[in-house]
Design a protein around this ligand. Structure first.
Ligand SMILES: Nc1ncnc2c1ncn2[C@@H]1O[C@H](COP(=O)(O)OP(=O)(O)OP(=O)(O)O)[C@@H](O)[C@H]1O
Ligand SMILES: [Mg+2]
Length: 419
């Protein structure tokens, strides 16, 4: 997959600024065996401050969280990190379809790469709402003189070339706050990538995307979803609900602190009410509560399953919107810290009526066991995205920074915003 290029020792850095943690993964492409592989050489995480519901709410706090995480990662890999692929999330993300149409430029009608580029550029020119920036323009299908469903039009003959794209946009203010916080740490930015797309790049195969699959990342404050079919993105959404809501429900339901509720969720939490023995109890004072208090574990599971089902129903709504509720042959891949909840895979199968698995990153080797932590999937995905970008000319991997041939232009735009 990572053929051709020689530049093997360059470090690829993924930075995931989440609501509960900031995570950095460092990787490199190594050419050992038959084909080059992605090797993870470092991973670090720190508690995140200054990020709420996936967006930066305090630049200063975010800068110190990212800086602390960079320090840790640098100590691990032994070299300073220069630049990173950064993920963006949040409910401000918009997805729209957009069409670009151009006349084929060569007189013999042979479609060139340049024509394709112009068509994608034309799709981009469609009016974006005020205050939004385009993050990705992802070509889906091409139409050559009325022949629809063309996947790769280069070399074909025609007069008129159309492209259907998926346009992903984010609120300028949120994008600027995130990039500003990253630049202030001294780290340069390779590109800004919609987090769930990077996550999906880490956990899905091309075949699954052809058949129809969804990738769901359950984070602390947000849940991101992307649905694929025929290799294309059908839809993507960021929902303002996550695993922290389960914790909050436990705190309210049991009249205890958030910290105790969180520990309770991590140690005793399950979404499978029936699996809990009837008079099984937990003493909250063992989890840091001031006073001894016995709580029925069934009751805990009931609170958890109610919220878990709500999250899953919201996910199903996204599937419904594109006509895929209960109809994804390759099923649903769950990832993110929230997907570590005991019983969630089972509950998801019931609610979504689909095959469900948890998604660990595919085709990587690693010197750290963080790759087996579902909370690291997005950061790993960003590294994978960087590797794919280096190996592909496809527009599918273009983001905010690579939208013009002269990348520096956008960079300057961001840098001008710095104090
Ligand atoms: N073993 C576990 N069981 C249940 N929940 C867990 C477990 N481990 C982590 N979580 C929950 O996962 C959530 C954090 O997930 P994650 O680290 O993916 O979020 P994030 O990326 O920081 O947030 P977001 O993506 O919403 O910005 C927390 O609410 C945490 O309680
Ligand atoms: Mg996350």
């Amino acid at each position: 997959m990572f053929g051709k290029r020689k530049n093997t020792k360059e470090l690829l850095v993924g930075l995931d600024v989440g609501s509960t943690a900031v995570r950095i993964v460092v990787g490199q492409i190594v050419a050992t065996g038959e084909k080059p592989e992605l090797q993870i050489v470092g991973a670090a995480e720190v508690v995140s401050e200054g990020v709420h519901r996936g967006v930066v709410t305090s630049i200063e706090d975010t800068v110190s969280s990212i800086s602390a995480c960079i320090d840790r990662a640098e100590r691990m890999v032994g070299t300073p990190l220069q630049r990173a692929w950064i993920g963006i999330s949040g409910s401000h993300i918009l997805v729209e379809q957009s069409k670009g149409v151009v006349a084929v430029s060569k007189s013999n009608g042979e479609i060139s790469e340049e024509d394709v580029e112009r068509a994608v550029e034309a799709a981009r020119a469609v009016a974006t709402p005020l205050n939004y920036e385009i993050l990705h323009v992802i070509p889906k299908n091409y139409t050559v003189d009325g022949q629809i469903g063309v996947k790769d039009p280069i070399g074909m003959t025609g007069v008129r070339l159309e492209v259907d794209t998926q346009m992903i946009q984010g609120l300028s203010a949120h994008i600027k706050n995130l990039t500003r916080a990253v630049y202030r740490t001294g780290l340069d930015i390779n590109d800004v990538v919609l987090s769930i797309l990077a996550t999906a790049a880490a956990v899905t195969t091309e075949r699954q995307k052809e058949l129809g699959v969804a990738v769901v990342n359950i984070g602390g404050a947000t849940t991101s979803v992307v649905v694929y079919e025929d290799g294309d993105i059908l839809d993507t959404a960021v929902l303002s609900i996550g695993s922290e809501h389960i914790t909050a429900d436990l705190a309210i339901g049991l009249r205890t602190s958030i910290d105790v509720a969180e520990r309770l969720k991590l140690q005793y939490g399950t979404s499978l009410v029936k699996e809990v023995a009837k008079d099984d109890r937990v003493d909250l004072s063992d989890l840091g509560a001031m006073e001894k208090e016995l709580v029925d574990r069934r009751y805990i599971a009931e609170i958890i399953s109610a919220r878990a089902e709500e999250i899953l129903e919201r996910i199903d709504k996204v599937f419904k919107k594109v006509g895929k509720s209960g109809r994804l042959p390759a099923g649903v891949i769950l990832t993110g810290g929230g997907s570590k909840l005991h019983g969630l895979v089972e509950t998801s199968k019931d609610v979504l009526r689909l095959p469900v698995t948890v998604g660990y990153p595919l085709n990587i080797t690693s010197s750290t066991d963080k790759v087996n932590d579902l909370a690291f999937t997005t950061a790993i995905g960003l590294v994978r995205w960087g590797a794919l970008y280096k190996e592909n000319d496809s527009h599918a991997f273009d983001g905010l920074m690579n939208r013009f041939k002269s990348v520096t232009k956008v960079k300057d735009w961001f840098k001008n915003l710095m104090p």
